[in-house]
Ligand binder design. Structure first.
Ligand code: PMP
Length: 396
């Protein structure tokens, strides 16, 4: 069959290939990016969906506005206000089918073939693939434990004149890194100085284990004149409530929001009204704070178990920063003691030992660091985490 030229820019996901091997019985998987389904607030969601059918069955089951179900837009604006984003009108956001759709809409509305887009190295794999599908040439900005290196970012902006910069500033996927407060201000200043759009993808910001992370770029934009007009913020209920609901949102300047809404109309008309009405009822019922407390506590314990086990069993053969939130440990093989330094080879040996993880290579759009690994602690209990890390040590 003759496919569209744009498909030539995209390979099938290396992760998807790896997932085929996960069916092996008894395997302990650190490979997924899923939240733990055992943590879903099933009762709360059941009650919310029933309430949606009781209060407004017509609206919940009918076609709806492309921008989103108005009561949900109001609830999301209130949720964001609770996170320091003040003065956000419901009309300044649209509901998207997961934040993945927001990324796709950004591709559709902003990227012409050959346009440059700066992303972090490493970044979310589906973003790399989605932007490439629209013909973007991706430029990789280096990161460290404090998030993107803003000096390097400025040099890249000057050199490449990108259409926009895409960042996951808080508990990045896969890096787990969080952009330091001063660097957040610097990013907003760079946006204004160079008049470049910055996209903040923030599905993990609520999943912190101790202290809350610094305010989002969106919250901070109020204090950097001219930055709000250049900022796009993508949020999602996937990691905190349920990815199956497919409820996310995009906050963007009016002109961009209007174009994105037009594109969304052609792609899915609107996000499921039933899912939106359920999410609206859930937020309205005030259940979110308790849910967040519960999931944060479980992930915090698992992150600690994984960090402790890695330090104990792998010692100086790996380097990593203990995660303060999110779902991932991002580790680097050091080669100490003559041990392996290629995450891809180790992934294959690890499966033979009954443990899976994702090598870091595919998360880089350029110059991959093959010594990196992404380990998710989200769906495995602490005892299994310790066993999985022991198997990883054997594979190494
Ligand atoms: N952005 C990032 C950084 C992610 O890790 C994910 C999910 N893995 C998404 C966006 C998409 O999430 P969803 O569409 O479920 O909101």
């Amino acid at each position: 069959m003759q496919f569209a030229d744009r498909l030539q820019n995209v390979e099938t996901s290396a992760i998807r290939e790896l997932f085929k091997l996960l069916g092996k019985p008894g395997i302990i998987s650190f490979a997924g990016g899923f939240p733990d389904s055992a943590l879903f607030d099933v009762e709360g969601i059941r009650a919310a969906s029933q309430q949606a059918l009781t209060d407004e069955p017509g609206a919940a089951l009918q076609y709806g506005a492309t921008e989103g179900y108005q009561p949900l837009r109001e609830q999301i604006a209130a949720f964001m206000a609770g996170k320091g984003v003040t003065g956000l009108a419901p009309e300044q956001l649209i509901v998207t089918t997961g934040s993945q759709q927001a990324l796709d809409l950004l591709g559709k509305t902003l990227i012409s073939p050959g346009d440059k887009v700066i992303v972090e190295g490493p970044t979310f794999l589906a973003t790399i693939q989605c932007f490439r599908l629209y013909g973007a040439e991706l430029v990789s900005a280096p990161i460290d434990g404090q998030g993107v290196d803003t000096d390097a970012l400025e040099r890249l902006i000057v050199e490449h004149k990108p259409k926009f910069v895409y960042l996951i500033p808080t508990f990045g996927n896969p890096s787990g890194a969080t952009l330091a407060l001063e660097r957040r201000r610097k990013v907003l200043e760079l946006a204004v100085r160079h008049q470049v759009v910055v996209v903040e993808d923030d599905p993990y910001g609520d999943l912190y284990f101790g202290e809350a992370p610094p305010p989002s770029l969106l919250a901070l934009s109020a204090s950097v004149a001219g930055s709000r007009e250049l900022l796009v913020h993508c949020g999602s209920l996937s990691k905190v409530l349920s990815p199956g609901l497919r409820v996310g949102w995009m906050i963007a300047p009016p002109e961009l929001l209007a174009k994105a809404t037009m594109c969304k109309q052609f792609s899915d008309a609107h996000t499921s009204t039933f899912a939106q009405a359920t999410a609206a009822q859930y937020l309205k019922a005030g259940r979110m704070p308790a849910t967040l407390d519960r999931v944060r506590a479980v992930y915090a314990e698992r992150a600690q178990a994984m960090g402790d086990a890695l330090r104990r069993d792998l010692g100086d053969a790996v380097q990593f920063v203990q995660p303060q939130g999110g779902l991932f440990v991002w580790a680097r093989l050091t080669g100490a003691g003559g041990k392996a330094t290629d995450g891809r080879a180790l992934a294959t040996r690890a499966i033979e030992q009954g443990v899976a993880f994702v090598p870091g290579t595919p998360f880089f759009c350029a110059n991959p660091d093959h010594a990196t690994l992404r380990l998710s602690f989200a769906t495995v209990d602490s005892d299994k985490i310790r066993e999985g890390v022991a198997r990883l040590a054997r594979a190494l």
